[in-house]
Design a protein. Structure first.
Length: 136
């Protein structure tokens, strides 16, 4: 891994990539994420998100999704999205987020351009028939 160049007069960065950043903060048991569905509220610690992210990274590996592969996220905001994002980072997978209100035509177009291996679909999005999916 190449060293990040130090800016003159600035301290050297503590992390060289998002994976290193995640490793440092995710060992904490303090609250990281709160989600309110309108009828119920959930709170997740950094450690809980790390656990979910690690499991998601393992699922990617089990499904032969490898470093450099691309995964489309087409989902409403959800805590699972955060865990899936960090799981992709841990696995070296490229995350391509798309707004859940995007048209099916647009999603197909992006899918084709980037040659995504997986399309993650949220509960408020209609899946595209024939595409590989892992539910968020």
């Amino acid at each position: 891994m190449a060293d990040v160049p130090k800016q003159e007069g600035q301290p050297a960065p503590r992390w060289q990539n998002l994976g290193q950043l995640f490793e440092e903060f995710s060992s904490s048991s303090t609250e990281y994420l709160q989600y309110d569905s309108g009828s119920r509220s959930w709170k997740y610690s950094y450690a809980q998100v790390r656990c979910a992210a690690t499991h998601f990274a393992a699922r990617l590996k089990e499904n032969d999704i490898r470093k450099g592969d691309k995964v489309l996220f087409w989902s409403e905001n959800r805590p699972e999205w955060v865990a899936a994002f960090w799981g992709c980072i841990l696995a070296g997978v490229v995350v391509v987020p798309i707004d859940y209100r995007a048209s099916t035509h647009f999603v197909r177009h992006i899918h084709k351009i980037i040659d995504a291996r997986v399309l993650l679909v949220g509960e408020e999005v209609e899946p595209i028939a024939g595409d590989a999916q892992l539910r968020t």
